[in-house]
Design a protein around this ligand. Structure first.
Ligand SMILES: Cc1ncc(COP(=O)(O)O)c(C=O)c1O
Length: 408
């Protein structure tokens, strides 16, 4: 076997993206024991850091070991007992993922649908809440399959009014778009590192409100092997998953440090560094950087006479869908970008497979040079495929965006 040597790709798809170099360095930190005070102090630091990322005072803010869907699954499987009702508004592939996870948890799942490329009005969701009376409303903030960003700010108040727990999957939007956990009264939020946070996938930061904790603690059980005579049990049925049992995970991350899994320490170091990188730059500045990169990319795409996909008023800052022109083989274009230019852009799923490309500008790659290289390379490849945008038009438009925003 040779030393691992991968091509130096520029990852401009919907995530994963290239990591911040400092995050890669943090991952190679030597380990300490999992209950070493040095390690538990880092766990506490991570909780404090992610409170600032999520804009919350929730003490219960921690990491789930696993990719983003581990965070989703932990929060939903812990909140839902078989037979509970859940409402999932679906506006892309990841709404279907939430549906599937809730179904597997044995919940009675009700969906409402908005055509892909659009988002919901709050009234549509409120009507469904009143009709269905679910225990949980589970919704995606930024659905990378369509690049749409669902407004969330009115949903928390509606959910409180109707006594519903509000779960949000902000995997792909956190750090690049506003996500205001406390102000918006979100009860449970999960995210991932591999998008705007600029890390690899493999850790899922979560935060949960007291309302959420009160509900799931009704099903709090302690594993027989670590139970003590003084340990108390809740009466509710045990949560179906041991690994994703939020009450047990809260015990593990609390001062009690009740043994659960062995913390994935290298991913914890990595998640810590992602949060520090973001907070050092400033959350508002990072969101603005994503907005600028996304706007410059959009300007470039439009100047190349390509059509952005969907309702761009509701586009995520960090991704744009591009309708693949009729006469073009979208996969061939992606192939040439990857193999000749070392640039990856995405395709999409389900009904959008082969219909749109998805171009991301996120995390470390929400940068002017990355935007310009991608537009220039895409133009060259399109020209080779008999689609002839005005020479230099995409790059000029992106530069003009950065100039008027006074960004060098
Ligand atoms: C909105 C959203 N939710 C969930 C996921 C699943 O994340 P993972 O692949 O890290 O489990 C993704 C990944 O692209 C996503 O964009």
């Amino acid at each position: 076997m040779k030393t691992l040597n991968l091509p130096p790709r520029l990852l401009m798809g919907p995530g994963p993206v290239n990591c911040y170099p400092r995050v890669l360095s943090a991952m190679s930190t030597q380990l300490v024991g999992q209950f070493d005070p040095a390690m538990t102090a880092v766990m506490d630091e991570v909780m404090a850091l992610y409170r600032q990322v999520f804009l919350t005072n929730n003490p219960h803010t921690l990491l789930i070991d696993g990719t983003s869907r581990a965070g989703i699954e932990a929060l939903l499987v812990s909140a839902l007992e078989p037979g509970d009702k859940v409402l999932v508004p679906v506006f892309g592939r990841f709404g279907h993922l939430l549906t599937e996870i809730c179904e597997r948890a044995g919940a009675r799942v009700y969906t409402i649908n908005s055509p892909w490329g659009t988002v919901f009005e709050p009234e549509q969701i409120e009507k469904a809440l009143i009709r269905i009376k679910p225990k949980v409303l589970a919704i995606v903030q930024g659905d990378t399959s369509t690049t749409m960003l669902q407004p969330l700010e009115h949903l928390g108040a509606l959910c409180r009014q109707h006594d519903v727990l509000l779960y949000c999957d902000a995997t792909a939007s956190v750090g690049g778009n506003t996500l205001n956990t406390d102000e918006w009264q979100l009860d449970a939020v999960s995210v991932g590192l591999q998008k705007c946070l600029g890390g690899p996938s493999g850790s899922a930061p979560i935060t949960v409100s007291e309302r959420y904790v009160t509900q799931v603690r009704k099903r709090h059980h302690i594993e027989a092997g670590i139970r003590e005579s003084s340990s108390s049990h809740a009466l509710g049925s045990p949560i179906q998953s041991n690994y994703f049992d939020i009450p047990m995970l809260l015990d593990y991350w609390s001062g009690a440090r009740l043994n659960h899994h062995t913390e994935a320490a290298s991913m914890l170091f990595c998640a810590r560094e992602c949060a520090i990188a973001l907070l050092e730059e400033g959350l508002g500045n990072v969101i603005r950087r994503h907005y600028d990169a996304g706007s410059a990319m959009l300007a470039g795409i439009q100047a190349m006479e390509l059509t952005p996909y969907g309702d761009i008023k509701h586009k995520m800052n960090n991704a744009v869908g591009v309708v693949i022109p009729d006469k073009i083989d979208g996969e061939l274009v992606r192939h040439e970008l990857l193999h000749r230019f070392n640039i990856e852009i995405g395709t999409s799923f389900g009904p959008l497979k082969g219909k749109i490309w998805r171009i991301g500008t996120m995390g470390y790659n929400a940068r002017q040079d990355a935007v310009l290289h991608t537009l220039q390379s895409l133009e060259t490849v399109l020209r080779r495929h008999q689609c002839v945008p005005k020479a230099g038009g995409g790059v000029d438009a992106a530069l003009a965006y950065y100039d008027q925003a006074s960004i060098q």
